[in-house]
Design a protein. Sequence first.
Length: 412
Amino acid sequence: MKILLGITGGIAAYKSLELTRLFVKTGHQVQVVMTSGAKAFIQPLSFQALSGNPVRDSLFDCHQEAGMGHIELARWADQIVIAPASAETLAKLRMGRADDLLTTLCLATEKPIMVAPAMNRLMWSNKATQENVQILKQRGFEVLDPEEGKQACGEVGAGRMPEPQAIFEHTMNAQQQRQHLEQRLLDVRAFWQNRSILITAGPTIEDIDPVRFIGNRSSGKMGFALAEAAQKLGANVTLIAGPVQISSPPTIKRIDVRSADQMFHAVQQHYAGKDVFISAAAVADFKVAQKSVKKIKKQAQEEGLLLSLVKNVDIVAWVAEQENKPFVVGFAAETDHVLEYAKEKLKRKKLDAIIANEVGEGAKGFESNRNCVTLITKDGLQAFEEASKKQLGFQLLDAISSLGFNKTSVCN
Ligand code: C5P
């Protein structure tokens, strides 16, 4: 692995000599970049001797830039490790500043960046530093929290840089995990490539008269996230969407509908030949028996208005009954007894799998950008941690691909 090791100003800089040695000893290439603060603590020559490469410290040095420019250096690295990372460097990274070589490199790369902060305990616990660290974590930086103990300044508390062996092991584990994830993504892509998938999403609307309707609170975000993830994984996606204000990429074949009847007709036209059908739409269970052509006048309804409702077709159950049906995945949005009701639905509707999620007050489900779901089949269940609907789209398709289905269903 090619490791770009950033050293910033802190007494812990001496520990990074050992870190450099550990990387080099295990066959990794190391290029060291030092800030001016780091050079106040330790000589560049020591890092040069251990890494076998000249140490880079300046953004505007013609000689150095002629060898390997800063953009080239950013491209060269597979992994950036900043150890020790000073409070100042953390703040600069958070701000996106580029006033020295190290911070410029970090702006000019998409490679993983790991930071090992080291500083006085009060500097570490300061709200400013903590906020900077939180934001860096959210942006995907990996932060190795400092250890507690006696500090070089004589105080005792959290702020010591972890030992070189721990940073080394962490870097190696992170690399292994990334490789594993990349391989998994390739496998999932290979699975979905050219498979065809039909997804319904959003609410349906049942008109009462030309002005009023019965609707529900589905935002369509989960179904759209699944459709987008499937399209990114190489599947041919047909999306049947109830009335929502969400755009979808042109490569997704999209059919917009309004009522449950319209959704049913669209599904009837498009389910044949599909590998998978995911019914994420919140289809209305009932429609108005006699839709009024004219606006119903309230003056004419002295006793109140009694609406007669009739059942809509259960679309997902209908697909599950068809010969040559795709692999059928339903959703169960429930306010309580979520898993129990979802399992009952899986059986009753003869689905191959069902995705259960809690909705209602305090739950993520409807309207939110995040969700918390459980995938259930007759063989067991897989709970997913709360995540954005976009992330869950990928995770669910990954999990569905592991269910080992062919064109013909494996369940029921
Ligand atoms: O019975 P319930 O509406 O809770 O079931 C939810 C699942 O059934 C979802 O996958 C939903 O898309 C699907 N459904 C359907 N047609 C209906 C009602 C629900 O496809 N009329």
